[in-house]
Design a binder for this molecule. Sequence first.
Ligand SMILES: [Zn+2]
Length: 300
Amino acid sequence: MDHLVTATAAEGTVRIRAAVTTRLVAEARDRHDCAPTASAALGRLMTAAALMGSGLKGARRVALQVAGDGPLRNVVAEAFESGEGIGVRGYALHPDVDLPLAHNGKFNVSGAVGRGVLQVTRTLENGQPYTGIVELTSGEIGDDIAGYYASSEQTPSVVALGVLASPKGILAAGGVIAELMPGAREHTIDALADAAAKLPPVTALVRAGADAPALVRALAANMEPKLLQRLPLRFACRCSRQKVELAIRSLGAATLGEMVREHRSQDVTCDYCGRVYELTSDEVATLASSDGRTRPRPQG
Ligand SMILES: [Zn+2]
């Protein structure tokens, strides 16, 4: 079962979150039929969303979007409270992107992403979105998340994200984010940098059976880590028939009138999970006739 833990270290001056995300990345890969490079990019971003979604502090959800000039173009991931744990969903605009491995034998995620921006949107409990945008540091996702923490939140951090994918599936996925809190001493800063440099690849640890607490220990063994919370993680979507109907209604009277005259049915596919909502021509006509009379409900 995928899961996430939150922890502190160095007497509370380092905040750590770690997650094993193999299953949810595998589900995203299967739902979107992603090639290995696209799987790696999407899986890293979904893992980052899960980790950032665990520290929402009064926010309802966090959405990450990477928009680059590489062949992937856009990769989107979102994490939100779901039951007792965290739900994560995401997609890549071009899931068939697959590039030769980089010189170091790793996926060429930066080549697939290219140059561009990372957008982080936190939606607060009152529905108000708060967005920060930073330029991509490397396009490797992990570096870009660290760049976001540094420039947008003025927080030095260590970010390690990994996805091990084969053409047949996802073998391992997970990640760790450690942030320095105000009041961190000089030697803690040095110890964290040292630990980050020595941290084995997350995918190697997960593949060898490490759970999230083991990932925390792998990073912070010398900083007296204390586990705080363990949360289940799963692939989940927030789409619904109600939202699809709202989107159809919002097409406007002219477009809806045309659809009704042509007795058109309409299939709507959710980008995030691939679910197809089928609306018959009668249902389209009903939506068109209620247009303007039914108040749209706020998006949840
Ligand atoms: Zn969906």
